[in-house]
Design a binder for this molecule. Structure first.
Ligand code: SAH
Ligand code: SF4
Ligand code: F3S
Length: 446
């Protein structure tokens, strides 16, 4: 049966995005290019003429899920032999040959350095019906900017740099994203200005290590300078950034945030482990003492700032004692929230070859323990919001309940409240908090 969508001339595409915010933004840039060659987006995968799977390979669990998803697409290809299926992004970069071999229904394999070529590659496939492989081993200095079609209308992602130079010993990202490349400050400022003119209110500056912004180019601007430049743009009400590496977070950045009205008081500082021995083996470039001092400095300069982190459990060589150090560390820092992961062996990284791998049951037990401790702390911290009034940027209806609206505090807490009709998406409202849960706050408009 032909649907209305199909009767219109434009072809339809569907994207599935896995992984980090950088990938979400890449998908927006894929969508922007597809629009220039006559494609419109559809949420219904069954109707799509083109399906793009934008992949992540940071952990094995992500890869397994993606393999499953690519496999499922074979069914659609049998129904519609003209369907174009593309596997793009980090996993495509890493496993191009494996993907081509394992999935004969995949037409396009495109790596992280080739994203700007999508329109041209899709047209090539439309004409020739050949399978196309586009995976450059290295990036051009800076890939050309391409049109972007954003998912939201309030909050936007803005990449400020690509790649990573850190080579944490567990991590695959530097291998699949290449070396650090910073975008010119003027380009970023121009993009944010345009976003403001288009009605966006909040922007999140993206990079694997935003604090090393500018170190790779001749312009003298560093991350703090960039923050200051963006802070001047009137139409934007909130500025966020991620991720900042604790080693490179500096006084100039902290002072900039302290002075700014717009840069939110939320610090995401991935610690990864609370044991000096493990941190050393991870090649993180700091120890727990340094990190504690950094946190004290931030809390002194910006009281009320929230603090979140990433932690890996079961890194090779992590003894029970090392793990207990991490637990104690988490208890003493008191994070607002922690994103916790089982260490996943990534072939090609140094840690994958370490002899003293931790067994899966031990890793799982440690993760449970850590999450229990952190959830209790998160809830305790969130309870302190009860009775208080917070400024919330209205994002839109809650996913699970149409009668409720969703927004975030400056400290990045998710807030839900009963819609009154007075709110406008993108506006700031004051919400009095009535209930606190581990991950969300609930309240009412005042
Ligand atoms: N550049 C960012 C993080 C990118 S990956 C940073 O340095 O903070 C996001 C998170 O995934 C990391 O912080 C880390 O906690 C986790 N991660 C990365 N590689 C991993 C691996 N091999 N196993 C488990 N978790 C991993
Ligand atoms: Fe991976 Fe470390 Fe780079 Fe983050 S800083 S992307 S964890 S290598
Ligand atoms: Fe995954 Fe690539 Fe991001 S590996 S976490 S999508 S940079």
């Amino acid at each position: 049966m032909e649907s209305n969508d199909k009767q219109s001339k434009s072809k339809l595409f569907h994207t599935m995005t896995f992984g980090c915010q950088m990938n979400i933004n890449d998908s927006e840039r894929l969508a922007g290019q597809l629009r220039t060659i006559g494609y419109e987006s559809t949420d219904n995968v069954e109707q799509a003429d083109l399906i793009l799977i934008n992949t992540c390979c940071v952990r094995e669990s992500a890869e397994k899920k993606i393999h499953g998803r690519i496999g499922e697409m074979k069914r659609l290809k049998l129904v519609n032999p003209n369907l174009i299926i593309g596997v793009v992004g980090c996993m495509a970069q890493k496993d191009k040959d494996k993907i081509l071999k394992k999935f004969s229904h995949v037409n396009l394999v495109m790596g992280t350095h080739n994203i700007h070529q999508l329109a041209e590659l899709v047209e090539k496939i439309e004409q020739s019906r050949e399978r196309v492989l586009a995976v450059w081993d290295q990036a051009e200095r800076l890939a050309p900017d391409v049109p972007t079609v954003r998912k939201g209308q309030i909050s936007a992602w803005v990449p400020i740099m690509y790649g990573c130079n850190n080579f944490c010993t567990y991590c695959i990202v530097p291998y699949v994203r290449g070396r650090e490349r910073s975008r010119p400050l003027n380009d970023i400022v121009a993009e944010v200005r345009q976003l403001g003119a288009d009605g966006f209110k909040e922007i999140t500056l993206l990079g694997q290590n935003v604090n090393s912004y500018g170190k790779d180019n001749e312009s003298q601007a560093d991350f703090a300078d960039l923050l200051q430049a963006i802070d001047q743009i009137d139409t934007i009400t909130r500025i966020r950034y991620m991720t900042s590496h604790p080693r490179d977070m500096n006084d100039k950045v902290i002072e900039t945030i302290m002075r700014s009205q717009k840069i939110c008081e939320h610090f995401h500082l991935p610690v990864q482990a609370g044991s000096d021995y493990i941190l050393e083996r991870m090649n993180r470039g700091y120890n727990t003492e340094y990190y504690r001092q950094l946190v004290s400095k931030i809390r002194e300069a910006i009281p009320g700032a929230s603090l979140t982190t990433d932690i890996i459990v079961g890194f090779p060589g992590e003894t029970e004692e090392n793990f207990l150090e991490t637990l104690e560390f988490v208890k003493s820092i008191r994070y607002d929230a922690a994103y916790t992961f089982l260490y996943s062996q990534r072939s090609g990284t140094p840690a994958a070859k370490y002899a003293d791998q931790v067994s899966l049951p031990v890793k799982k037990a440690r993760l449970q323990q850590l999450m229990a401790v952190q959830n209790e702390i998160s809830l305790e911290i969130n309870r302190q919001y009860v009775g208080k009034t917070v400024e919330v940027l209205v994002e839109g209806p809650s996913k699970n309940d149409e009668r409720k609206l969703m927004g975030r505090t400056r400290t990045n807490k998710i807030v839900l409240w009963e819609k009154t009709g007075q709110e406008v998406a993108g506006g700031l409202v004051n919400i009095q908090i009535d209930t606190a849960q581990t991950w969300i706050l609930k309240g009412r408009l005042i």
